[in-house]
Design a protein around this ligand. Structure first.
Ligand code: MGD
Ligand code: MGD
Ligand code: SF4
Ligand code: MO
Length: 757
């Protein structure tokens, strides 16, 4: 029962619109079900929405999947990818045994052979070149327990902070935005705000395809309440436009001026809440410099809608309209994803969107929030909270802080001096160091960097030359092509663990069946590698997932992301808990920094006097958030006469990243079997290109032959290519310039030209 792709029947009826984005509208109806099926409560392993699923198992096989009616995230609904999730579990492409490269070929090996080899090689490298010649590269799709084990092994035992993961390519700018704007990572609100919001501003998010269940909630809410308005800011029309009241099309990378121009209208037309600003907000242009509201107004004078039009190409009238809609709406929710984060100035872009909420006071009240959508299912839980990047430690601790290193080292049972006081190498620096040979050995888990990094061919060199270990559940991938050792990892449903989604909700996933072939749980592979490397004592106690989770949780005690009330026992029963959840009887927290947040509630009365919010996060001062005076900045590679077209890349509904999982479903493959480049009809006409012509897309880094899809989606001057297929590796063409703060690369903008093949 494949749902055919995008039958765009122009109607606002929820059912039709939902079908076109592949949302299952019949709560509880199951796909591929059977009698005698045993149902298990779990979580979808695809996107960061974090939908609850019920998984059917029969005779040791996963047979069915349906939405969990009791889970408030999705209320029984599922999207297309999740429908076919069970096909991935039993796919022929599952990796079933370890492999070692011998004479250039990967050959079958035993677990002992493989892990002994990795331990020996890693120890040799460490002895000869020090711990910093080794690295770990993980994933926002790994469980919190898995990332926790990797952190302990690399940061705590081997003694290197070269621990990174794909959230650097994804959420790093959002983290930087939240830390600088609100003083603490992750949103203040939750999904509950959706049904209370009067206006949605969707910026650089193709919500309908990338976060379908969030989109479905927005759509239903708007259908029931026609006064709910939706503004989209994106250089492309996407299926998300089905609900748009207004769409602003900036040139890719040129929208910072638009955000400032919206602020300009808000402050000049009386929409600013000066009383909220006075009590809750600093205005700054750098860490030290505080400014008055008048000075901020003056700064915004440069950003008239007319000036912003010149920079971005968005008509001034549309900017004014968007600003007035935002200003007039009683409540407003902004949502954004990679269109903002994957940018040379991704942190600034995040700041500028959050500014709009802070200057109008549209934050901390039901229905209003600056709400970043997370890409992967456990980027928030495992990596942002779990400390899976080169500068952080589990539980919102920092490697640069001595007290934090001591605290974490004590829990890990390692000398505090093991944890290096300096951040390790961020992702691009890490793969560059493989190229130069400064890093000589890397362990890659649950991610496929030889497919997903930008300016890709540049980084293949290091992967080819250094010692590369890859733990994956599927084979082959572009990264296993470069592996010296391949380790088969248990997949979703074959292991238990915790995922933390966009709305600060941690959820439990049970082990339902045995792993395919000889596959083993990533956390145990890392534990046993640790033991083989000589850290017997340090890894002796981790016999269960629960032991790892409990130890990790102990590091969150008293922190803003307090998880002390989220025990395995409790998480097995409930549909997740939203932190802070300080005690076993605490229900979890709907809104942070305000009434009902246990940390806010416990603050002394004099701190809260005259206020409705107190930003108590680690980076906030005096309980205040920050409105940032960030100037417009162009992207790293603006178009020019030679390369006149802006290439942007991203994803589509039916497929997940590098296709290892969705590529196992014939239904999804049939729906979209290959890559293409979306070209606006006006551009196509000028270039003499017809639909389905083969064209060459070229940037300064390379060229790719691909089929043209002439369609009124990208604005003229912009083209779009999805990055899912290894046969059409668009990432070779992507730019690897990155944000100087977040170090997140600018996948969203490259200067390109196109010719007929
Ligand atoms: N089906 C599916 N769903 C997924 C995933 C998947 O692979 N497949 N992956 C998950 C992950 S990890 C992530 S990170 C999310 C990503 O989710 P999204 O960010 O929603 O998806 P993208 O397609 O990467 O890009 C979103 C939009 O950014 C726009 N954009 C490009 N440049 C600019 C710009 O300069 N300004 C603005 N304002 N917008 C711009 C693009 O036109 C595009 O429509 O999706 C998650 N969900
Ligand atoms: N051009 C372009 N490139 C991009 C982006 C873009 O927008 N445009 N977006 C970037 C973003 S936001 C992201 S998040 C990245 C994603 O990029 P990747 O993380 O590289 O892509 P995935 O396909 O999700 O890789 C996950 C891998 O883990 C394996 N796997 C699945 N389950 C398990 C498990 O339980 N254990 C182990 N060990 N392995 C498992 C899968 O088979 C797969 O090989 O791509 C980035 N690259
Ligand atoms: S919206 Fe995301 S979490 Fe929910 S079912 Fe779809 S892929 Fe899974
Ligand atoms: Mo992502």
């Amino acid at each position: 029962m494949a749902i055919s792709r995008r039958e765009f029947i122009k109607t606002s009826a929820a059912a039709t619109a939902a079908a076109s984005i592949g949302v299952q509208l019949f709560p509880g109806k199951l796909y591929g079900g059977a009698f005698w099926t045993t149902w298990h409560k779990s979580v979808c392993r695809y996107c960061g929405v974090g939908c609850g699923v019920m998984i059917g198992e029969k005779g040791g096989k996963i047979t069915a999947i349906k939405g969990d009616n009791e889970n408030t995230v999705n209320n029984g609904h599922l999207c297309l990818k999740a429908f076919y999730l069970n096909k991935a579990v039993h796919a022929d492409t599952r990796l079933k045994h370890p492999m070692i490269r011998k004479n250039g070929k990967l050959v079958k090996a035993s677990w002992d052979e493989a892990l002994d080899l990795v331990a020996k090689k890693f120890n040799e490298i460490r002895k000869a070149h020090g711990g910093n010649a080794l690295a770990f590269y993980g994933s926002g799709q790994a469980e919190t327990e898995e990332t926790y084990m990797a952190n302990k092994l690399f940061k705590g035992c081997i003694g290197t902070n070269n621990v990174e993961g794909n959230p650097r390519l994804c959420m790093a700018s959002a983290v930087g935005g939240y830390l600088t704007s609100l003083g603490a990572d992750e949103p203040a609100g939750t999904y509950q705000d959706i049904e209370k919001a009067k206006l949605f501003m969707l910026v650089g998010t193709n919500t309908a395809e990338a976060h379908p269940i969030v989109f479905e909630r927005i759509m239903r809410h708007k259908n029931k309440n026609p006064d709910v308005k939706i503004v989209i800011i994106d250089p492309r029309k996407t299926p998300t436009d089905q609900v748009a009241d207004l769409h602003l099309f900036p040139k890719p990378g040129f929208d910072l001026a638009v955000f400032n121009a919206i602020a300009h209208i808000l402050v000049n037309e009386g929409y600013a809440d000066e009383s909220f600003i006075g009590k809750h907000v600093f205005i700054k242009d750098n860490e030290e410099n505080k400014h008055t509201f008048e000075e901020y107004k003056k700064f915004l004078e440069d950003y008239t809608p007319e000036n912003a039009e010149k920079i971005s190409g968005v008509p001034a009238q549309d900017i004014i309209k968007a600003a007035r809609m935002f200003g007039k709406a009683k409540t407003a929710m902004s949502m954004w994803t990679m269109g903002l984060n994957q940018r040379m100035r991704g942190v600034w872009a995040n700041n500028l969107i959050t500014n709009l909420h802070l200057i109008t006071g549209k934050i901390g009240v039901p229905g209003s929030d600056a709400f970043s959508l997370t890409g992967q299912p456990n980027a928030c839980g495992g990596v942002r909270e779990g400390g899976g990047l080169c500068h952080i430690l589990p539980g919102h601790h920092l490697v640069v802080k001595e007290a934090h290193r001591k605290k974490v080292a004590k829990v890990w049972g390692v000398p505090a001096s093991n944890i290096q006081p300096k951040p390790g190498k961020h992702t691009i620096a890490m793969f560059s160091a493989l190229n130069t040979g400064d890093i000589k050995g890397i362990y890659i888990m649950c991610t496929n960097p030889a497919h997903s990094l930008p300016n890709l061919s540049k980084y293949w060199k290091g992967l080819k030359e250094q010692f590369v270990v890859v733990a994956d559940s599927f084979f082959p991938t572009m990264t296993t092509d470069y592996a010296d050792v391949v380790l088969p990892a248990a997949f979703w449903t074959e292991k238990e663990g915790i995922y933390g989604c966009t709305e600060r909700r941690s959820q439990y996933m049970p082990k339902i069946i045995d792993p395919a072939g000889e596959a083993r749980w990533d956390a145990f592979i890392l534990r046993d590698l640790g033991k083989k490397m000589g850290f017997e004592k340090e890894f002796a106690k981790y016999e269960t997932a629960e032991i790892m989770w409990d130890e990790y949780r102990s590091l969150t005690k008293g922190k803003d992301m307090n998880l002390m009330g989220a025990s395995y026992n409790r998480l097995k029963e409930v549909r997740g808990l939203v932190w802070p959840v300080p005690t076993e009887d605490h229900p979890g927290t709907y809104k942070r920094f305000t009434d009902g947040d246990p940390i806010y509630d416990a603050l002394p009365a004099e701190k809260k006097k005259g206020r409705r919010m107190y930003f108590y996060g680690p980076k906030a001062k005096d309980g205040k958030a920050t409105v940032w005076m960030r100037p417009h900045a162009d992207p790293g590679e603006p178009t020019d006469a030679e390369f006149p077209i802006a290439l942007t890349t991203g994803r589509i509904l039916e497929h997940w990243h590098t296709l290892t999982m969705t590529g196992t479903s014939p239904e999804l493959n049939r729906a979209v079997p290959k890559a293409y480049v979306e070209i606006n009809p006006a551009d196509a006409k000028k270039m003499g290109i017809k639909n389905k012509d083969q064209v060459i897309v070229e940037t300064r880094r390379g060229e790719l032959e691909i089929e043209a899809r002439v369609i009124d989606r990208p604005a003229p001057g912009t083209v779009f290519v999805p990055f899912h297929w290894r046969e059409w590796p668009i990432n070779v063409l992507c730019s690897d310039v990155f944000d100087p703060g977040s170090k997140e690369p600018e996948y969203k903008v490259a200067a390109a030209r196109i010719r007929k093949a």
